[in-house]
Design a protein around this ligand. Structure first.
Ligand SMILES: [Zn+2]
Length: 307
């Protein structure tokens, strides 16, 4: 919490706006080794953040308003933007009611395959298998991970994230290999609060709400910088098109999957410009040197135990 407070105050001091990145908000208490990195914040913790923002007179804005604000060149004052990535159903059922209590707003970036098929991301598929397995050891690509206790399982997940995040192995293939070893089957979809995604009618419902808006977050959640220009174009163009069709609203907001400076490049920005997308937030909490502010709007990732 202190890190969030400090981040917001530092951002307001330097540029007048602060953007926070969340994935989910849940009321589930007991999660074993799942959600150990707090990808889904507990509702009470989320409420504390909103209460803090309200107490310091934050001016809540949607990302589309922030884009216009930055473009206008006029000074921004105490602007706070809440964003959610990926499209978890708990955004609608748990986060939005809390946001409304605080007169806050949010921009929700959805990955179209996740919505279409209720798909899990590769790391959620790995987490699911590590949680469910009875095996005490995982051996994969010359790495060994002990799984004797919840603590060791949590450490295993941390290590897998660190070791494989920038590795060129296709992540869903890696997740399938790990699932096959640990639980003897491949699981792509699950209905728990930590996995369930919005469906299209819920996405449309959010887009129609006054203080909420939908943006695109690709079709399959790849690290865009690992793709050739044609595939980057396809991931971005098709996701914008599908969401526009499904919601009946012209969607012109986008956020990079993963969002570190290694996950998008000048080609990505070129594609966004060609498609008329005027900004995109990163998942990096500061300005990235050499990249236009609008195409690397800083965001603080509020997961990863920073509370
Ligand atoms: Zn994402």
């Amino acid at each position: 919490m202190n890190q969030i407070k400090k981040y917001v105050e530092d951002c307001w001091e330097s540029c007048g706006y602060a953007v926070l990145l969340f994935h989910g908000v849940t009321e589930i208490e007991e999660m074993g080794c799942r959600n150990s990195n707090k990808k889904h914040l507990h509702a009470l913790e989320f409420k504390k953040i909103l209460a803090f923002l309200q107490s310091v007179d934050a001016n809540f804005m949607l990302m589309s308003d922030l884009e216009r604000g930055i473009n206008s060149g006029k000074p921004l004052n105490k602007v706070a933007c809440i964003t959610f990535d990926d499209g978890f159903r708990n955004n609608l059922h748990t986060a939005i009611p809390l946001l409304k209590d605080f007169d806050a707003k949010a921009t929700i970036y959805v990955t179209t395959d996740f919505i279409e098929m209720n798909l899990m991301s590769w790391i959620d598929r790995v987490e699911y298998a590590v949680e469910k397995t009875n095996l005490k050891l995982l051996e994969i690509y010359n790495h060994q991970f002990s799984l004797n206790s919840i603590e060791e399982k949590i450490q295993c997940l941390k290590d897998i994230r660190r070791i494989f995040k920038q590795n060129k192995i296709e992540k869903n293939i890696l997740a399938s290999e790990i699932q096959n070893k640990l639980i003897g089957k491949e699981v792509y979809s699950n209905e728990s609060d930590l996995d369930q995604k919005l469906n299209w009618s819920e996405v449309k419902q959010i887009e129609s709400m006054e203080d909420f808006e939908i943006g695109a977050h690709t079709i399959s959640h790849p690290s865009l910088s690992h793709l050739e220009i044609d595939d980057q174009y396809l991931e971005i163009y098709e996701s914008l098109k599908i969401i526009s069709e499904k919601t009946g609203s012209k969607i012109n907001l986008f956020a990079y999957p993963e969002g570190t400076q290694n996950d998008f490049n000048q080609t990505t920005i070129q594609v966004l410009k060609e498609l008329g997308i005027k900004s995109s937030p990163s998942a990096v909490p500061f300005n990235i040197k050499g990249i236009d502010e609008l195409y690397s709007i800083p965001r603080l990732n509020c997961d990863h135990e920073i509370l």
